[in-house]
Design a protein around this ligand. Structure first.
Ligand SMILES: Nc1ncnc2c1ncn2[C@@H]1O[C@H](COP(=O)(O)OP(=O)(O)OP(=O)(O)O)[C@@H](O)[C@H]1O
Ligand SMILES: [Mg+2]
Length: 331
């Protein structure tokens, strides 16, 4: 279409009418509101806020991560996917989700917590709504127990008030003082609200090595019987867990009434990892370092790791824990 002088004039006339239709004050208010909305939008974009932009469950993401990244943990993988998906899809949960992960060192307990966080919070573990406590680092001195208790309670209360969808991970749960565990119990229970705060959308994850040896025994029995590891089911491990964890009078965790009050929704067993899993971890590590997987280096590294029991050499002593640093010597 050809632009004629008259059409330009017509356009200028219309624009001037529109512009004149706004008095300066209205224009300022509209512009101000616009700026505020833009500012809000920008703020929400840059700073983490307790809303859908930053928090939202990616069920497929979790499923894919568990399948492709978590190595050798078919039982844990299934339980976690079911537990987290069920809870996150429930609009009105009656209590917070409480998971207790158990197993030998280096088998992926912290790793899986990271995968859960990553598929709920945009910022994953670095989210301001994800809180990680390590017993020996955060609560080292028994004499300070009373102050730990009140600080921890205030921390949980303050953070859940600010964002109901908060996640609390307690590492080295077996090293935590029973009194301190008792102090968080009210938050795990079936309460509508507690002092006006509802904890029902929060997630609590406990990590420990408690029960690890009995889980190893079950895995070893399967191995000795020539049965496939994949045949191990939750039911085979539940007895192992209950024997060692629930009846262990020395375990601080279980001195508390967490178990008989049914506050823990799922006990999740982690199996000890074998040579082939160490190799898989090595490959994954090389890829995450941006390197081409070097089969020879990975196998050499896996070969040089320590395995137990001494004669059978079936399970990796350190699981996949030291692989990241070890691998550097082989590539
Ligand atoms: N099952 C696994 N699949 C994939 N990677 C794993 C697995 N287990 C361990 N890893 C790797 O080893 C690292 C250490 O594992 P992680 O910290 O999760 O062990 P853990 O079970 O918490 O051990 P600990 O009981 O000693 O705390 C992880 O960051 C991950 O890179
Ligand atoms: Mg750990």
């Amino acid at each position: 279409m050809k632009t004629t002088a008259s059409s330009v004039l017509h356009f200028m006339l219309i624009t001037s009418v529109i512009v004149h239709a706004f008095e300066p004050i209205t224009t300022t208010i509209v512009a101000g509101a616009g700026m505020a909305a833009l500012g809000n939008h920008l703020y929400n974009y840059i700073f983490e806020t307790c809303n859908q932009h930053w928090i939202g469950f990616n069920a497929t993401g979790l499923e894919v991560d568990l399948q492709s990244k978590l190595i050798g943990q078919h039982v844990a993988s299934r339980v976690i996917l079911k537990a987290v998906t069920g809870f996150m899809n429930n609009e009105d949960p009656k209590k917070p989700l409480v998971l207790s992960l158990h197993g030998w060192t280096g088998t992926g307990k912290n790793f899986v917590s990271q995968l859960i966080a990553k598929n709920i919070y945009q910022r994953g573990m670095t989210s301001g709504f994800v809180h990680l406590f390590t017993a020996t680092a955060h609560f080292p001195h028994e004499v300070d127990l009373d102050s730990y208790k009140s600080q921890l309670q205030q921390w949980i209360k303050g953070n859940v008030s600010a964002c109901p969808r908060s996640m609390f991970i307690f590492d080295e749960m077996d090293k935590m003082h029973p009194g301190l565990i008792d102090s968080i119990k009210p938050y795990l229970d079936f309460y509508e609200t507690l002092d006006g705060v509802s904890y029902r959308k929060a997630i609590f994850i406990f990590l420990s090595n408690a029960g690890g040896e009995n889980i190893v025994q079950v895995a070893l029995d399967f191995w000795k019987a020539g049965r496939d590891r994949e045949e191990i089911e939750l039911k085979h491990l539940e007895t192992a867990l209950s024997l060692s964890v629930f009846n262990n009078k020395n375990s601080g965790f279980w001195h508390t009434s967490l178990i008989d009050k049914n506050m823990v929704d799922f006990f999740v067993p982690f199996l000890p990892l074998e040579y082939k899993h160490v190799v898989q971890c090595g490959r994954a590590e090389m890829i995450s370092k941006g390197l081409e997987p070097n089969e020879e280096a990975v196998e050499q590294m896996a070969h040089d790791m320590n395995y137990f029991p001494r004669n059978e050499r079936v399970f990796s002593m350190q699981g996949c824990k030291v692989i990241s640093s070890r691998l550097d010597f082989y590539i």
